[in-house]
Design a protein around this ligand. Structure first.
Ligand code: 9Z3
Length: 345
């Protein structure tokens, strides 16, 4: 018997060649200079909570004045299309890289400022919060009491102990952002708060940061209305200034800075990572492909051959986090950075 269910026709999202959707012949947007920094920060207001965050960060930094402190950024930034935001553009990132890396930094003796997209994964709770199991699936009822299911006891106890050690020793400061504007203002303010630590400050910029945004003066107050007749919504986005060189030269002089480069096309990953290193003159770019980011990354650094860090198939099958390999390699480089800085004074 013929089925009455037909598969829908394959539809293309738009006409035209997909390959031409982005014109890669357009020259790179130049790194930001002082005037770009003024233009951006004077015209896009800071979040109202920023002063409170700065106080928390300053307290945290003075508490750890003799320790190493890493600022881990994590999760994607949003670009609101309306001031009272119903619609926004988002950057992909669950926050796995950032949250997992933060745990390994803590294990390696660092204090961690975790600047993360609100509601993305957090260190330690990530094991239970966004998993395919609901957190209630880790529990059971026993004699009118809620207990952890015995099959999760061992692992949960180990996670809980690490979490409590971090809390009891004031080693983890969680600071959220949602929009690209909140992220940029907070990043700049935190960089300044970290300056007293000099080379003991480490920046590990794993957040997925939007390249485009709508400047404050062009954001409509209310929800954009659709009009009769199926009008298109044409968006006009400005490039987000490339502040990484401002971070390196002005906001965090002396600190070690690591950025991530995300691509989906393996043929351009290395060249883009090298280009980023040359443009911003920082210490390390960690390249990764969206498709393979959980099993391989590449370190691109000045005056050294590129270094691929990969999980073996056995490690992958055993659920080893690639961050357990990345962070010791980063720590080794940070130690060298501190030694070199000490020798040069
Ligand atoms: C990354 O490349 C991160 O590793 C991921 C992590 C976002 C891929 P998940 O959170 O994913 O584990 O799901 N972050 C940097 C992405 C980024 O926006 N980099 C900019 C670029 O590629 C430079 S700042 O141009």
């Amino acid at each position: 018997m013929d089925s009455h269910i037909k598969s829908p026709p394959t539809r293309r999202l738009s006409t035209g060649e997909r390959e031409n959707a982005i014109d890669r012949t357009i020259p790179l947007f130049p790194p930001a200079i002082e005037i770009d920094e003024h233009n951006y920060f004077d015209n896009n207001e800071p979040p109202e909570y920023l002063e409170d965050m700065i106080c928390c960060a300053q307290e945290f930094v003075s508490f750890h004045e003799n320790n190493r402190v890493v600022l881990v950024t994590s999760g994607g930034t949003t670009v609101p299309l309306e001031n009272q935001t119903v619609r926004f553009i988002d950057n992909f990132s669950a926050g796995t890289r950032g949250a997992t890396s933060a745990e390994y930094f803590l294990e390696n003796g660092y204090a961690v400022i975790f600047l993360h997209r609100q509601f993305s994964l957090l260190p330690y709770s990530r094991h239970y919060s966004h998993s395919t199991n609901c957190f209630l699936d880790f529990m059971e009822e026993n004699d009118g009491k809620v207990l952890v299911d015995p099959k999760y006891q061992q692992e949960m106890l180990s996670v809980l102990r690490k979490y409590q050690t971090a809390k009891d020793n004031n080693l983890l400061l969680l600071l959220p952002f949602t929009t690209i504007n909140q992220y940029l203002h907070t990043l700049r303010a935190l960089s300044v708060a970290l300056q007293p630590l000099k080379s003991r400050a480490l920046f590990y910029l794993a957040a997925a940061v939007s390249d485009f945004f709508v400047p404050l003066h062009r954001i409509p107050e209310h929800k954009i209305q659709s009009k009769a007749g199926g009008n298109k919504l044409v968006m006009n986005l400005d490039p987000v200034p490339k502040f990484l060189n401002r971070l390196v030269d002005k906001w965090a002089p002396g600190a070690m800075i690591i950025s991530f480069k995300l691509e989906t096309d393996s043929s351009i990953l290395l060249s883009k990572a090298k280009q980023a290193l040359e443009r911003y003159s920082h210490q390390l770019v960690i390249g990764n492909l969206l498709q393979t980011r959980k099993r391989e990354v590449v370190f691109v650094e000045p005056d050294a051959p590129v270094l691929w860090i990969r999980l073996t198939p056995e490690q992958e099958a055993a659920g080893v986090d690639i961050e357990s390999l990345i962070i010791p390699a980063v720590v080794e480089r940070h130690s060298a950075w501190i030694r070199e800085s000490d020798n040069s004074v």
